[in-house]
Write a protein that binds this ligand. Sequence first.
Ligand code: SAH
Length: 375
Amino acid sequence: MRKQCAIEKKCGGCQFINKGYEASLEYKNKKMKKLFEEFHVNVHPIEGAKNPYGYRNKTIVAFDHQYHYGLYEESSHRVVPYDTCLLHDEKTDQILKKISQLFRKYRVSIYDPRKSRGDIRHVLIRRAVKTNQTLVTLVSNNKVFNGSKNFCKEMTKAFPDIKSIVLNVNQRKTSIVLGDYEKVLYGKGFIIDELCGLTFKISSKSFYQINHDQCEALYDKTLSLLKNPQKVLDTYCGIGTIGMIASKKAKEVIGVERNRDAIKDANDNKASNHINNIKFICDDATEFMKKQASMKASYDTIIMDPPRTGSTKEFIQAVKILNPKQIVYVSCGPDTQVRDLKEFKKIGYTFTDVYPFDMFPFTEHVETVVRLDKK
Ligand code: SAH
């Protein structure tokens, strides 16, 4: 059923919401065909979402002084208020409404970014959709949240699925949302979700894929493209999701990731899932690859899932030395993937198929998976 957004595009959150889902998929299909044209390969039709609405399991909003919540208008400090967002998990906006009521009731101080004064800067909601658990993070300019006991009591009474409420303190004068210091006001400070049969811990700072169901589809495809993996290198591994799923099929997996918090989560996830054949290393992926190449390490399989900026020439040069039989390249930035695939071609890797996934329905973004083989 087609739905209409009342504030179309004003919040900058998505581009196609009122155009209809089929039309947005058609647009993305054409875009991908054109992007990969020069390789003369099969660009498969994009894997669309069964339900393209309500998929975002992470939402960050700001409040204005009338306690309306919304996103900041682009390059301004004006909050664009909304009632319900068609992309948010439906519980999210119900929870935000309740928070808004309580903020008003307790006259909570709201931060003014122009004057760098006031308390609450943002509210972050994270939902574990498979386990129906919610984490609420109040981002404040103040280390103290007066009345937190009552606030937590009323919130958890209204929404028993709220398993934790955290105060994140951010006193920086920049637009970065989260600060370093956190105080748990209720619960354990994290929630647990299930993905591809494994459990993952989600805290306010953890990286976690936004669209649960499409992520499972993307990982299933990634895994199905790995042929008899033995020694696997999962580069840009985040909290270890792909590597841990691949560890069921492989002898040994090494995950590499630059973000220290993500590595900590990866190790916790490894322990809680009782996986013994995976190891995580905190390093820059290119630097790590260069070291592995100079040590003449041996891997038959490389998985790579870099950020939108893609990988590097040095990374690909190190792959040439490591000489794995297969590489699966997952990309959230197909433009930079195309750039990198040209480099892989130069070192003797070929591919025949591109699998696009609609991880972020109604937005511009497309995620693609490619399997590369040594010629
Ligand atoms: N594979 C994971 C994460 C993919 S997102 C998943 O599916 O959930 C890309 C990851 O690359 C992020 O976790 C980011 O922190 C990490 N990253 C970005 N640049 C990096 C670099 N130069 N070296 C290592 N990791 C990097």
